[in-house]
Design a protein around this ligand. Sequence first.
Ligand SMILES: Nc1nc2c(ncn2[C@@H]2O[C@H](COP(=O)(O)OP(=O)(O)OP(=O)(O)O)[C@@H](O)[C@H]2O)c(=O)[nH]1
Length: 389
Amino acid sequence: MADGGSPLAGRNHRAETLPDDFDRIKRRMALLAMSSGAVACLIASSLAHRVGLPNPVDAHVLPILGIGLLVLALSLWRNPPLLPWIERIGWGLLTAYLLAALGYKTLHYPYTHTPLGARTYWFFFTYLLAFLVWPPRGALVASLGVISTIGGLTLWLGLKTRGANIELLSSLIQLIAASIAYVFVHYSFAQLRPQYARMRTLAFSDPLTGCANRRRAEELLALEVARAGRYGRPLSLILFDLDHFKQINDLHGHAIGDAVLRAVTNAVRCDLRGLDHLARWGGEEFLIIAPELSQSRASQFGERLRKRIASLRISGGIQPTASFGIASFRLGETADMMVQRADRAMYRAKAQGRNRVEMERPRTATPEATDVATVTTEETDEPSTALGD
Ligand SMILES: Nc1nc2c(ncn2[C@@H]2O[C@H](COP(=O)(O)OP(=O)(O)OP(=O)(O)O)[C@@H](O)[C@H]2O)c(=O)[nH]1
C-alpha cells in the first residue's frame, strides 16, 4: 500500500511505521553498545587494578561508568520507550568520564608532558554519538559543550604554566582543532541529509498523488523483473487506466479531475500489500508492480481493485471506473515486454466495454489466439452513467 509521502513504499501507513522500525534498530544497537561498553569498562578497570593503577580516574570513574552503562542497558531492556533519555544519559556518562580523565591529566600534571593518550580518540566517538542521539542542532551544542570544556582546560593550563608545557598545550590545541573540524563536517552532513532525502523523494514521486513516478517505476520494475528471473519467483503487473477521464475533466473541471486521481490512488493503496509498488505510469494510467503474486491471484486482486474504484463516490456525483490489464512474468522476458502485455490486456478491457479486468492468455494458448484472454469479471459495479460508456 503505497504511502502518500514515500513514492517507494507499498503500504499507505509505511511513512508512519518507518520511524518505529528505525527506533527498533536504534534500541537494539543501544542495548548492544551499552552492554558491551559496560563489560569493556569493567574489564578495563579490573585490569587497571591488577597492573597498578596509573590513573585514579580509571580506578574510580571507569567502574562507575561500567555500572552506569549496565543499569542503562537493563532499563532500556525493561522499558524500551525510555530510549531517548537512556541514550542521552549514556552519552553524558561517557563524555564525563573522558573529560574527567583528560582533566585529571591536565590539572595534576600541568608541567609534565605526558601524551594525551588513546583515550582521547573516544572523544570523536562521542561527537558521532551526539548526532545519533540529538537532532543536528542539539548535537552541535552538545559537542561544542565538550570542546569548550577542553578549551577551558587548555586555557587554564596555558595560564597556570605561562605556556611552559608547550607539548601538552599543543596536543590539546590539536585535539580542539580536530574536534571542531570533525563536528562541523558532521553537522553539515546532518543538515544536508534531509535535503537530499527531500530531493530524492521529489525526483521519484508524482506530486499530485504521492505515488512513485514513471522513472522510479521503471527502476523498480527492472529490479523486480531481474529478481523474478533470477530466483524464479512470481511477479505480476497490474496496469489500470481511468475510464472516460477526459469527460470528468470536461464536465467538472481539472481540479476535480485531480481530486479523482487522488481519491483513486488512495483507495487503491488500501488494498496493496507491503511488497507492492504503486506508480503513476501516465496521465490517468497507473501501474502496480506486485512481486510474489501469481497470475491467478493477480486476477483476483485486479478484480478487487476494480470494485474498490467503482465503489467510490466523489463530489459532484462522480463514480469513476477503471479498466485493468494484467500480465504475469514469463521466464526470459524483459520489463518492457511485460508492460506491453499488460498494456494490450488493458486496451482489450477498454475495447470490451471498460470497467473490467483482462489478462494475458496463458502461455499454452494456441498461436492464433490473441495474447490476452478475458477474465470473467462480474459487472457488479455499474459504470457511472454520468460518464457514459
Ligand atoms: N485533471 C487531470 N487530468 C489529467 C491529468 N493527466 C492527464 N489528464 C487528462 O486525462 C485525460 C485522458 O483522456 P483520454 O486519453 O482521452 O482518455 P479517457 O477520456 O480516460 O478515455 P478512455 O481512456 O478511453 O476511457 C486527458 O483529458 C488529460 O488531459 C492530471 O494530472 N489531472
